[in-house]
Design a protein around this ligand. Structure first.
Ligand code: 5GP
Length: 120
């Protein structure tokens, strides 16, 4: 793992099975689970299996297979959730100005209600 990667972050613990999650999908590249504090009727987090702090770290250091596998998983999770027809939003917070809380890359899938303006 990256020197800056905190092995004790909450999503690292979820990946190791040390704390539970409400899993919706898992494969070689990605794990998806329900957000503990949902902001919409569907609020799923998709994380890569590898130790990447953020989208920036991921796109700089992940292999093409990891990137393809992760992005494909995000699309599959949304289709499996049945939200494609009504629409959904993908969101990734990177760093402090974006209020990234957990230092392991996660993409939010938000859906199930009109989501309003993008920026708060
Ligand atoms: P961020 O602000 O880093 O983009 O979002 C972190 C997200 O992780 C928040 O939406 C928060 O509710 C969610 N979260 C934080 N801790 C846990 C946890 O232990 N389990 C789950 N399922 N979600 C969590």
């Amino acid at each position: 793992p990256h020197a800056a990667y905190d092995e004790q972050n909450i999503f690292a613990k979820i990946l190791r099975g040390e704390i539970p999650c409400n899993k919706v999908f898992e494969d070689e590249f990605a794990l998806a689970f329900h957000d503990i504090n949902p902001q919409s009727p569907h609020h799923i987090l998709v994380i890569p299996k590898g130790a990447f702090v953020s989208f920036d770290d991921f796109t700089a250091h992940a292999s093409d297979a990891e990137i393809a596998g992760f992005i494909r998983a995000v699309g599959m999770v949304a289709r499996d959730a049945g939200v494609v027809d009504s629409g959904y939003r993908l969101l990734a917070n990177i760093g402090k100005d974006a209020h990234q809380e957990v230092p392991h890359l996660h993409v939010h899938i938000l859906a199930g209600r009109p989501l309003g303006p993008m920026l708060a």
